[in-house]
Design a protein around this ligand. Structure first.
Ligand SMILES: C[S@@+](CC[C@H](N)C(=O)[O-])C[C@H]1O[C@@H](n2cnc3c(N)ncnc32)[C@H](O)[C@@H]1O
Length: 235
């Protein structure tokens, strides 16, 4: 995928926000189509892994149209969904997601320290400008012992699978995206995996931010990853 599909560091914030504002109306349908509905299975699995349920105070960071927020609310959790793209939140509102919807930058969350006991984030890590800043904010708003589950795409490592995946992700996805939504946005989607640090670095960043018991799970032969962890009690 051409790296010129990626905005420079300085432009990333504004470019990503306007891109999600543009694709918001068709975002959910495109997700279901491009993953054959598996995206919701990965979200449910993440919530299962960190046992989200009744009584939890959940932050859905970069909530988009509210898929994770909706699933967490259906389990009886109280949910705050934060995203910086107004149109994504408007779609969440139209869907009637049972969550407080807040428009804000994930690097400066308008939430008090230790105000949540769970934080989830679906398919947004590669969109942030600074992952260390995001992880620090998550640690700040979570109470000690609070749980996180962060889902994002990944690239398989087994050569044959990697090739097949690259054909689908780098060629088919932008083609379908161009036909049904926005070609630039669906070219950015595979290209943006280049922003994701390798596994060991990602895990180390989370540890440095104060998370313990950090685990990584792969789905669909390495096409998707979920990181889970617990906010340490000493930080
Ligand atoms: C691929 S979408 C994922 C939406 C949703 N979490 C899901 O599971 O479908 C990425 C979302 O991250 C949001 N986002 C990116 N950077 C952000 C930031 N710095 N602060 C808040 N939201 C951000 C975008 O607006 C977009 O809605």
């Amino acid at each position: 995928m051409p790296l010129n599909a990626l905005p420079s560091h300085e432009d990333k914030h504004a470019t990503v926000r306007s891109m999600f504002d543009r694709i918001a109306p068709r975002y959910d349908r495109m997700n279901r189509l491009l993953t054959a509905g598996l995206d919701q299975r990965w979200r449910r699995a993440a919530l299962d892994t960190i046992r989200v349920g009744s009584g939890d105070r959940v932050l859905d960071l970069a909530s988009g149209t509210g898929d994770l927020a909706e699933l967490a609310a259906a389990r009886g959790a109280e949910v705050i969904a934060v995203d910086f793209a107004g149109e994504m939140l408007r779609s969440a509102q139209k869907r009637g997601i049972r969550a407080a919807l807040v428009q804000a930058d994930g690097e400066k969350l308008p939430l008090p320290d230790r105000s949540a006991n769970v934080a989830v984030c679906g398919f947004a890590l590669r969109n942030f400008v600074s992952l260390p800043n995001i992880f620090r904010e998550l640690a700040r708003v979570l109470e000690p012992g609070g749980r996180i589950a962060l889902i994002d795409v990944d690239r398989p490592t087994t050569p044959v699978i990697r090739q097949g995946h690259a054909f689908y992700f780098d060629r088919v996805v932008p083609f379908i995206g161009g036909l049904l939504s926005d070609r630039a946005a669906y070219a950015y989607l595979p290209a943006s995996t280049a922003y994701l640090p390798p596994e060991a670095e990602l895990i180390e960043m989370l540890r440095r931010a104060g998370f313990e018991d950090v685990q990584r799970t792969s789905h669909l032969l390495g096409a998707v990853q979920t990181l889970t962890g617990v906010r340490g009690k000493t930080t």
